[in-house]
Design a protein around this ligand. Structure first.
Ligand SMILES: [Zn+2]
Length: 730
C-alpha cells in the first residue's frame, strides 16, 4: 500500500482560468491550484487566501452574466419542486418558482448539463444565480433535515390511535430531534397497515432514501418514501418497540411486539437484516389471530383436492409434507389440520421456530437455535412424550429430517413443511438431505405444494368470454367455464381482489408411487404415476380456479410465475436461518406455458394512471386528450368527492386536481389524501387560477406542483413528466 491513490480532478476545474482571465489569479497560482489535492478549486482558492468568496462571486456575476443569489430570501415552497437527492448531488438550492420558471442557486453556472437536469426534474425553465458552495451546502442541510420531511408528513396525518404495550428506555446513541416524530410516524405506519389489512410492512433502505411498503393479499405496494437520513431513526424506533439490540446493525435480529390499534390487540413479529452499505431493512409482520381459527373448509380447497388431502389425515402414522415458498400459506394449512384433528383425545405437540400463534389445548415448543435448542433436540425430547400427532415447523437439515422420518415410521403422524416449489421436488429434497429412498417411500403419505392466489372482488369483477383467454389457457371443449377479470372498487381498495385462496398440487403416495420413490424416480415420473390418483399440477389447479371465476388468469400467472424479487425479500427471516439446506437443490419455478405468460405480459403494459378531477367537462376533455397523446391511462372525476371515491377504488400514479369544485374543493381533497398513510404518497398537481395565491397554499397542503389556468399543452406535459419523475426520488 505504498501508492497514493490518484485524486480525481475536482469538478470546478474551470474556475481557475476564469479567475485568471479576470485578473484575480496569477499564472503561478493557477498552476499551484492544479497540483493541490485538498478539496475543490474554490476551497483551495479561499484556503490559500488567493481570493475571497465575495471576489469570486463578483467575477462569476460579470463573467456568466448571472445575478447573485440571496439565499436568505429564498421562498421555502420552491423546495417542494426539488428533491433532496438532486439538491445534494448537484449542490443547488431552489430560491423561487412560479408557474413557468424556477430560480436556483449554484456555485457552478458553467455547467450546462445541470440546467438540463433541473429543467427535467422541475418541468420549468431554469434560471441560475450564484452563491458560494459553503452557503448552498448550509442551506441544503438546514432545509432538508429529515425531521422536517417527517414533520411535514405527520402534519397531515390523522392521529394514529395506537398504544404500544410497554416502552423501553435505552441509553444508546440517538438523534433526539428525530425520535419523537419518528415514534409517531412508525405508530401511524403500523396503525394504518393494520387498518388496510396488510400482512406485513417493509421499510427498505435505498441508495438515498427509505421505501415503506405494505403487503396486502400478498402484493407489496409502496406507500411512502422517506429521506435517506431518516432510515436509521426508523430502524431504531422499530427495534426499541420490539426490545431488540439497537447497537448492532451488522447482524439480523428478530423480535416481537404487541400493540393495540383501535382497541384491538395485534401481535407483531419484527425482523431486521443488514443491507450492504445502505443500513438495515425492517420487516414487520402483522399476525392475524383469525388464522388460528382456520379449519380445512376455510382453506376453500377444490373438492377434488380436499378429498385427497383428507385421506392423508386419516392415517395414524407416516408423514405429510406441505411445500412452497415463504408466504404461500403453508403454516395456515398446517394449523387448519391441527385445528381439525384437535379433539382432546389425541396428543398433539408442535415444534416451531417461532411459535406464531398460540393454540389452546396443544403443547407448542419453541426452537431456539441460538441456545442450542434445535429442531433436532426438540424433536428428540418431544418423542419421549409419545405424541399421536407431531407438527414440525420446517425441515431444514438432515438431522431433523432423519428424526422426523423415524418418528413417522414408528407410530406417529408427522406434519411438516419443506421449502420446495412443487410436490415431487420434496422427494428430491429429502434425498438430497441424505435420506434413504426406502425410508422416504415408506413414510410419505402424500405431499402438498401450495400457493395463495388473490380472490376476485365480488363487488367489481366482470365476466369475460373464454375467447378472451389465450388459447393455452382455455378449458377443454364442452367444459363450462365462467372466467372473470379484476376491475377495482372501493370495497377492495382499488386492487380488484379481496382475500386469498389456496391453489394446491397434491401428490398422493400409493404403493406404485412408493416403488418409484424407492427406485429414485425423477419428478416427472412421479407426476405421471400420481395422475391416475387424481393429482393435478399447480398450473392445472390454478387454471381451474380461473375457469370458476374465483381468480383471474393474470393473478395465477403472477403467483405461479418465476419467484419475484418480493418473494425473495419476504423470505429474509427464513433465509437467514436456512441458507444451509434450502439452496441445495432449488427446483425450477412451476411451469406457466410461455405463450400464456407472454399474452398476459402484453396485456399489462403498465401505462401510468392519471386521475383528472375538474367539474368542467370541457376542461377534463382537454386535459385527457393532451395526456392520452403522451400514452397515459386517464380517468375523470367530476368533483372532489368523486375524486376521493376514485382514489379509494383504484391506485393512481398522479392526480391533476382543480381547486374550485362543488361539494369538496381541491384543497379539501388534498387534506383528505394526506390524512392517511396509504394515500399520502399520491402525487398531485393542482390547477390554479392565475389571479390568486392558492399556489402557495396547495404546496403547503402537500401538493407536488401546481399549474395555472389556462392550461397549455406543453406545460402540462412537462409538468406531469417532471412530477412522475420526482415521485421516484427521495
Ligand atoms: Zn372491488
Amino acid at each position: 500500500m505504498n501508492q497514493r491513490p490518484i485524486a480525481s480532478p475536482p469538478p470546478d476545474q474551470w474556475l481557475a482560468p476564469v479567475l485568471q482571465e479576470a485578473g484575480v489569479l496569477l499564472g503561478v497560482q493557477v498552476e499551484e491550484l492544479r497540483r493541490g489535492d485538498d478539496g475543490t478549486i474554490w476551497e483551495r482558492i479561499v484556503a490559500r487566501g488567493y481570493a475571497t468568496e465575495e471576489k469570486i462571486l463578483d467575477v462569476l456575476v460579470s463573467h456568466f452574466k448571472v445575478q447573485r443569489a440571496d439565499l436568505g430570501a429564498a421562498d421555502p415552497r420552491a423546495v417542494t419542486l426539488l428533491p433532496e437527492s438532486v439538491a445534494r448531488k448537484h449542490q443547488v438550492f431552489p430560491l423561487a418558482a412560479d408557474d413557468r420558471t424556477i430560480t436556483l442557486a449554484t456555485a457552478n453556472p458553467h455547467d450546462l448539463e445541470l440546467e438540463e437536469t433541473l429543467r427535467f426534474v422541475t418541468g420549468r425553465r431554469v434560471t441560475l444565480k450564484v452563491a458560494s458552495p459553503r452557503a448552498i451546502a448550509e442551506r441544503i442541510d438546514e432545509t432538508y433535515q429529515p425531521e422536517r420531511a417527517i414533520n411535514r408528513l405527520l402534519d397531515g396525518l390523522n392521529e394514529p390511535n395506537i398504544e404500544t404495550m410497554d416502552e423501553l428506555e435505552l441509553g444508546s446513541p440517538r438523534d433526539p430531534a428525530l425520535d419523537a416524530p419518528m415514534a409517531r410516524l412508525v405508530d401511524a405506519m403500523i396503525a394504518d397497515g393494520v387498518r388496510e389489512g396488510a400482512s406485513d410492512i417493509h421499510a427498505e433502505p435505498l441508495v438515498d432514501g427509505t421505501s415503506v411498503r405494505y403487503r396486502i393479499d400478498g402484493v407489496l405496494k409502496e406507500v411512502m418514501r422517506l429521506p435517506g437520513s431518516a432510515g436509521p431513526s426508523l430502524v431504531r424506533r422499530v427495534k426499541i418497540l420490539a426490545k431488540m439490540d439497537v447497537t448492532d446493525p451488522l447482524h439480523p435480529h428478530d423480535g416481537r411486539a404487541g400493540v393495540r390499534v383501535d382497541g384491538k390487540v395485534i401481535d407483531l413479529r419484527i425482523a431486521t437484516v443488514p443491507v450492504a452499505r445502505r443500513g438495515e431493512k425492517v420487516v414487520i409482520r402483522i399476525l392475524d389471530q383469525t388464522n388460528l381459527r382456520a379449519n380445512i373448509p376455510d382453506l376453500s380447497l377444490p373438492v377434488q383436492e380436499e378429498g385427497i388431502f383428507r385421506t392423508f389425515l386419516g392415517s395414524r402414522e407416516g408423514m405429510v409434507l406441505v411445500t412452497g415458498p415463504t408466504g404461500s400459506g403453508k403454516t395456515t394449512t398446517l394449523y387448519a389440520v391441527v385445528n381439525e384433528l384437535r379433539t382432546g383425545k389425541v396428543n398433539i405437540i408442535t415444534v416451531e421456530d417461532p411459535v406464531e400463534y398460540d393454540i389452546p389445548g396443544i403443547s407448542q415448543l419453541q426452537v431456539s437455535e441460538a441456545q442450542g435448542f434445535t429442531f433436532a433436540t426438540a424433536l428428540r425430547s418431544v418423542l419421549r412424550q409419545d405424541p399421536d400427532i407431531l407438527l414440525v415447523g420446517e425441515i431444514r437439515d438432515a438431522e431433523t429430517a432423519a428424526i422426523a422420518i423415524q418418528a413417522g415410521l414408528s407410530g406417529h403422524l408427522v406434519l411438516s413443511t419443506l421449502h420446495t416449489n412443487d410436490a415431487p421436488s420434496a422427494v428430491v429434497r429429502l434425498r438430497d438431505l441424505g435420506l434413504d429412498g426406502f425410508k422416504i417411500a415408506s413414510v410419505l403419505k402424500g405431499v402438498v405444494a401450495q400457493r395463495l392466489v388473490r380472490k376476485l372482488c365480488l363487488a367489481c369483477s366482470v365476466p369475460i368470454t373464454i375467447e378472451d383467454l389465450p388459447a393455452e389457457a382455455r378449458p377443454p371443449k364442452g367444459t363450462t367455464a365462467s372466467p372473470r377479470k379484476a376491475v377495482g372498487c372501493k370495497a377492495c381498495g382499488g386492487t380488484g381482489f379481496r382475500g386469498r385462496a389456496a391453489v394446491m398440487e397434491i401428490m398422493p403416495v400409493d404403493t406404485n408411487v412408493a416403488h418409484l420413490i424407492e427406485a429414485g424416480a425423477l419428478p416427472d415420473q412421479l407426476v405421471a404415476a400420481s395422475r391416475p390418483l387424481g393429482m393435478r399440477t399447480l398450473w392445472e389447479s390454478g387454471l381451474d380456479r380461473v375457469w370458476q371465476g374465483m381468480t383471474s388468469l393474470d393473478e395465477v400467472v403472477r403467483v405461479l410465475g418465476e419467484r419475484s424479487q418480493e418473494d425473495e425479500e419476504e423470505s429474509l427471516a427464513a433465509a437467514a436461518a436456512a441458507v444451509t439446506a434450502a439452496t441445495a437443490s432449488a427446483p425450477a419455478a412451476p411451469a406457466v406455458p410461455a405463450a400464456v405468460r407472454a399474452a398476459v405480459a402484453a396485456e399489462n403494459s403498465g401505462k401510468p394512471r392519471i386521475l383528472i378531477a375538474d367539474d368542467d367537462p370541457q376542461m377534463r376533455r382537454l386535459v385527457r386528450s393532451i395526456l392520452e397523446r403522451d400514452g397515459y391511462e386517464v380517468t375523470e372525476a367530476a368533483d372532489g368527492l368523486d375524486a376521493l371515491d376514485q382514489v379509494e377504488g383504484k391506485s393512481f400514479d398522479l392526480m391533476v386536481l382543480d381547486v374550485d369544485m362543488p361539494r369538496l374543493d381541491g384543497l379539501g381533497v388534498l387534506e383528505e389524501l394526506r390524512a392517511r398513510v396509504a394515500t399520502s404518497g399520491v402525487p398531485v398537481i393542482v390547477l390554479t387560477a392565475r389571479t390568486d395565491d392558492t399556489e402557495a397554499r396547495v404546496l403547503d397542503l402537500g401538493a407536488q406542483d401546481f399549474l395555472t389556468k389556462p392550461v397549455q399543452a406543453q406545460s402540462l406535459q412537462a409538468r406531469v413528466k417532471a412530477v412522475l419523475r420526482r415521485a421516484k426520488m427521495p
